[in-house]
Design a protein around this ligand. Sequence first.
Ligand code: AMP
Length: 282
Amino acid sequence: MIIFKEADVLARYLEKQQSMQRKTGFIPTMGALHQGHLALVKEAQKHTAITVCSIFVNPTQFNDPNDYKKYPNTLDKDIYQLESAGTDILFLPSVGEMYPHGIHQLEHYDLGYLETILEGQYRPGHFQGVCQVMSRLLQMVRPYELYMGQKDYQQCMVVQWLLQHLQMNIRLIAVPTIRETDGLAMSSRNMRLPEADRKKALTIYQALERIRRQITAGPLSPIIQEAQSLLEKEGFKVDYVTIADAHSLSPIDTWDGKQQLVALIAAFLGEVRLIDNMQVTK
Ligand code: AMP
């Protein structure tokens, strides 16, 4: 695995590879890697000749400075895992490399409706930061395909919007969520959970599963209420439990029995905020 820290050196290397028709698969991450990240690497390896992973904890996408400060850093282990998985390139830029003119007064993206709901509503500015970092990373790497996790469902939609906005002909592959054996979605933030909360965290998955089992045509609010109560009983502070149209993410109050639906949950356990989602219709 070759490690690059400078964008122009990386871009020159990749241009040479791409001129030899070697397709690049790109996996952007914030590090603290787990099997979920490695599943993206494996998926990219199936379809592309060169896998490029980046690790960059992007300051502009954290609406909570404490969350940024406490974001886990396990770089040595990350490098070892990526190398063992056969990743070809790791891009490890600094904040100055990504934002040479500083992180203030950056460009604004008109995400419209997508930014007013769910993560956009509860984490103001978060998706602006995602677009700011992704537009830079994509210009630097110029991949053939981009691999991201369905775990961040709304983020996939935002990045799909960004690709169109930037008129970049890059295919976004959304990879299914990798879970622990008990069902908990793998997340770098799980590392911050105290031992006693680790079991409780599973309630998010159980609430999603319950929604999936209970879903029937008609009003959905009783099902949503029940999921919310289940979480609150376990001590979660719930940001949202929503059932939405799987394509537009518009919340659905009454299901016609046909639309494809996704259930999405965001909730705090102590000071750790967890998110998860599940397709709840066939
Ligand atoms: P992060 O480092 O959390 O920004 O995540 C980097 C990429 O890995 C994003 O595209 C995430 O959606 C994806 N990812 C995170 N957790 C998982 C998971 N449990 N399964 C699959 N992909 C994941």
